[in-house]
Design a protein around this ligand. Structure first.
Ligand code: NAP
Length: 332
């Protein structure tokens, strides 16, 4: 263990709704708590304009919910640190060492709430025109496209919700989905279908995003008919899911095919002793603010019991997630 490491009881990695909930519960349990985030506190809440599905806070702005959560967590003594976590590794005596670009910290329990990054299509033009018409965040970039024509790629809740959001600026939004049925919840699909500015291109994949200095058109193929087409647009917003931020722990950690951490359902402990996961990094059916908050509550209450057992030299009350032999794809 690094001699100069600063000691905490619980270290939380990631400052979205799961991390801020974990900080609140850890602080209320009088744990010495460090929350590390490399961007602004609030995570994806900051990329969401209006939130309608968080009980008790109808029609709340994402930034306002984030600010309230930060304030609430801070009232119970959490130390907030802006830093990039470089690695997490178990060391002696049930301790975990968290190395960052701002120093090294240790704690018996680590809760990973690091979310993820938008998945990329990996097609020609996507990387080159990122920031010049290719975007992954409607709240961040939508206002640049007043009275312009946009495309949204994806068929999940995010694509449809963000597509609807973009209609407040754009003159037209074409939602392009690779299948003939949406993954998004029916209530969201119905709402999008009623929006007069939205049209749909189903069974369609985008092969290339074209334009010299800015997005000019999309080259598409209908996967049912194999017909190709060109869609002129001023911008394209890509919402095709998430890549979880799960590469921080040294060594093998049990995960599903998408790379999300598998966790014990009772405690949210990963397959690494004393390392818990909550929110978008965790394998589960859905990824909502409410589920992130729920996961984080469970993870933190379990982590507190873990820390107390370590402190008193008692047997650890919970076992790590038990991976079935042969399950999961080993990423080493
Ligand atoms: P998602 O549900 O995983 O949907 C991703 C969509 O992108 C799918 O329609 C998928 O197509 C498509 N896709 C994936 N890879 C693609 C590729 N290479 N090319 C073209 N299309 C591709 O992701 P999400 O919409 O980001 O949502 C993630 C989670 O957040 C979900 O659990 C969702 O419920 C939740 N969420 C909830 C809300 C809300 O409730 N208000 C809002 C946003 C997100 P296929 O359908 O063919 O696989």
């Amino acid at each position: 263990m690094t001699e100069t490491a600063t000691k905490y009881d619980i270290i939380i990695v990631g400052g979205g709704p799961a991390g801020l909930t974990a900080a609140l519960y850890a602080g209320r349990s009088t744990m010495r708590t460090l929350l590390i985030e490399n961007k602004a506190m609030g995570g994806q809440l900051l990329n969401t304009e209006l939130i309608d599905d968080y009980p008790g806070a109808a029609h709340i702005f994402g930034a306002d919910l984030a600010a309230t959560m930060v304030k609430q967590a801070g009232e119970f003594g959490t130390t907030f640190l802006t830093a990039t976590v470089e690695g997490i590794r178990p060391v002696d005596g049930h301790q975990k060492e968290v190395t960052t670009d701002q120093g090294t910290f240790t704690a018996p329990a680590v809760i990973i709430t690091a979310g993820g990054l938008p998945r990329k299509l990996g097609i020609p033009g996507e990387e080159r025109l990122a920031g010049s018409g290719v975007s992954y965040c409607a709240v961040c970039d939508g206002a640049f496209f007043k009275e312009r024509e946009l495309a949204v790629i994806g068929g999940g809740d995010a694509a449809l919700e963000e597509g609807m959001y973009l209609t407040r600026y754009a003159s037209k939004v074409t939602i392009i989905h690779r299948r003939d049925a949406f993954r998004a919840q029916p209530v969201i699909v119905e709402e999008a279908q009623k929006n007069p500015k939205i049209s749909f291109l189903m069974n369609t994949v985008v092969d290339e995003i074209a334009g010299e200095y800015a997005v000019k058109e999309l080259h598409c193929t209908n996967v049912a008919t194999h017909e190709t087409s060109v869609l002129p647009v001023n911008g394209v917003f890509i919402f095709i899911g998430f890549l979880p931020n799960t590469s921080l722990i040294e060594g093998h950690v049990a995960h599903d095919a998408g790379g999300y951490y598998l966790t014990d359902p009772l405690t949210m402990m990963t397959s690494v002793d004393g390392v818990f996961a909550a929110g978008d990094v965790r394998s589960q059916l859905t990824r909502q603010i409410t589920t992130a908050v729920g996961d984080a509550t469970t993870a933190t209450i379990a982590a507190v019991k873990y820390v107390e057992a370590v402190g008193k030299g008692l047997p650890i009350p919970f076992a790590p997630y038990q991976e079935l032999a042969g399950a999961g794809a080993d990423r080493g």
